[in-house]
Design a protein around this ligand. Structure first.
Ligand code: BTN
Length: 266
């Protein structure tokens, strides 16, 4: 946990709290900077933070992505981690990344009238370019789920030339998508409200989330490249959000996690 709230943080929190339902529970922090909002929230969770607690930061110095990658987190983006404490067995938490993608997609639609695409399993895209990344991390204690941290990074205000060279042409922001950028407190509030709904739904309302995910998932019906470099055809989405792949030899494989990169020419 970072130290006491600065005047800037107090202003950001006031703007955010005024847009959230009164007494929604949980706690909020939004400092100028942290290493990773997921790490900060995990540390807070260990000190007993209640479900619904949210940790945001103006920038992250060591933002983390999936598969051990880093996540560029300059000022102007929305970096947010949300705490869940679901009473579910460890094997039930695998789906939460897909649920979170649906939740953030809904928030973008409500807040910005933007219809994002979902790239299996955890990216939101705008016209094929990455707009948002999601990293969900589980903390287990004695074989039980102690907490789940849903980490969300949305590119908000970056212009094309603001992206690092390696991301130009493949990253999008709300700005490059032509959305009138809402103030980030309004966007954060919409994301939090949507995650509050998801927290209440999880793990029961699976079918609604599955249908919505499948309807917007641009991976389905496409040729993909897997992490080992092999190619496959993404046939459909299983009920547990695994990707059903058709292999070149006609065989079938279910991908529960990992990556399925879309072919450029598709
Ligand atoms: C990915 O695209 O691989 C996932 C990126 C997730 C980034 C978010 S930003 C907020 C939260 N804190 C982190 O360190 N990572 C997530």
């Amino acid at each position: 946990m970072t130290g006491p709230e600065s005047p800037g943080e107090k202003l950001r929190l006031a703007a955010l709290a005024s847009r959230l339902p009164e007494g929604r529970g949980g706690l909020l922090r939004w400092p100028e900077e942290t290493d990773s909002t997921n790490s900060a929230l995990k540390a807070w969770a260990q000190q007993g933070a209640p479900p619904g607690t949210v940790y945001l930061a103006e920038k992250q110095t060591a933002g983390r992505g999936r598969m051990g990658r880093s996540f560029a987190s300059p000022p102007g983006g929305l970096y947010l981690s949300y705490l869940l404490r679901p009473e579910v067995p460890p094997e039930a938490v695998g789906e939460i990344t897909a649920w979170t993608a649906v939740a953030v997609r809904r928030a973008l639609e409500r807040c910005c009238a933007l219809s994002a695409e979902i790239k299996w399993v955890n990216d939101l895209l705008w016209q094929g370019k990455k707009l948002c990344g999601i990293l969900c991390e589980t903390v287990l204690r004695r074989g039980r789920v102690e907490s789940l941290v849903l980490g969300i990074g949305i590119n908000v205000d970056a212009a094309e030339e603001d992206f690092p060279a390696g991301l130009r042409g493949i990253a999008a922001s709300l700005r490059t998508a032509g959305v009138t950028v809402p103030d980030r407190a309004a966007l954060a509030a919409e994301v939090i409200r949507s995650l509050d709904e998801t927290a209440a739904d999880f793990p029961r309302a699976g079918e609604a989330y599955w249908k919505e995910y499948r309807a917007f998932c641009v991976t389905l019906g496409r040729e993909v490249t897997l992490s080992d470099g092999s190619a496959a055809f993404a046939e459909d989405l299983e009920r547990d959000f695994s990707l059903r792949l058709r292999l070149p030899d006609g065989g079938m494989r279910l991908l529960r996690s990992g990556e399925a990169t879309l072919h450029k020419e598709d």
